[in-house]
Design a binder for this molecule. Structure first.
Ligand SMILES: [Zn+2]
Length: 233
């Protein structure tokens, strides 16, 4: 499964700017949190992002990337302006598949639920519009407007924990839509005994004991934890 993330705006287009915040920076953070969460917890997918840093991109460059790659979903993140309040999501207002509607439903609900852990967030609804990134993408595509940068909503957007929760909610919505499996928890790997860097080798002594039995007891515990251990006299 291929996930295409789109960070709204970027480079010489900051998007909406107010209250010391820039939309392009907020969309960057939300997507980075989403991608890190997927990488850490789920498998069975590849993900790409339209801009890794602060590049300037046209709308058609963004949709071309998704179409050329053959992405299965396209998620464009934005922050609203116009002194309103609340969260809304968009799909294309022309012909859309039932899959697109399903993606909007699951994303909208996940994100709103996550936001409401932080306060009373208005649900502005699941909307439709003739936005280029929704119209020109060939796969289910949703655009999210994550609160208003120029109203009291800004207090949430200044909270890093809020941005993280919103990013992770985007990720969970996609997980549910695509049915991605959780990553198996990997067993802690035995630590290497020696780390080789500049050709020198360093050993770490864990204890010194008068009684060999005490040394053996510690050695046993360390072995159980996966460390290679030896006892020297
Ligand atoms: Zn925007």
């Amino acid at each position: 499964m291929k996930i295409m993330w789109d960070k709204g705006h970027g480079g010489n287009d900051p998007g909406a700017v107010a209250n010391g915040l820039q939309e392009k920076q907020l969309t960057h953070k939300i997507v980075e949190y989403a991608m890190a969460y997927l990488e850490a917890n789920y498998t069975g997918f590849e993900q790409r992002v339209t801009r890794t840093g602060d590049q300037t991109l046209t709308l058609s460059q963004r949709t071309d990337m998704a179409n050329a790659w053959g992405a299965d979903v396209f998620i464009s993140t934005h922050v609203n302006a116009g002194k309103g309040t609340g969260f809304e999501s968009y799909i294309y207002n022309g012909g859309v598949s039932s899959q697109t509607v399903a993606l909007q439903n699951v994303l909208h609900n996940e994100i709103l639920t996550a936001m409401r852990q932080f306060g009373n967030i208005t649900d502005r609804g699941k909307k439709r519009a003739n936005y280029a990134v929704l119209r020109e993408t060939k796969m289910p595509a949703v655009l999210t407007e994550n609160l208003f940068i120029d109203s009291n909503d800004a207090k949430y957007l200044k909270n890093e924990a809020f941005l993280k929760a919103v990013g992770e909610a985007h990720a969970r919505g996609i997980v549910k839509f695509l049915g991605l499996p959780r990553k198996e928890k990997t067993q802690p790997q035995p630590k290497p005994q020696q780390k080789v860097s500049d050709g020198k080798l360093y050993r770490v002594q864990v204890g010194a004991f008068a009684d060999r039995k005490n040394a053996e007891q510690i050695a046993e515990e360390l072995k159980k934890k996966g460390y290679p251990v030896y006892i020297a006299e």
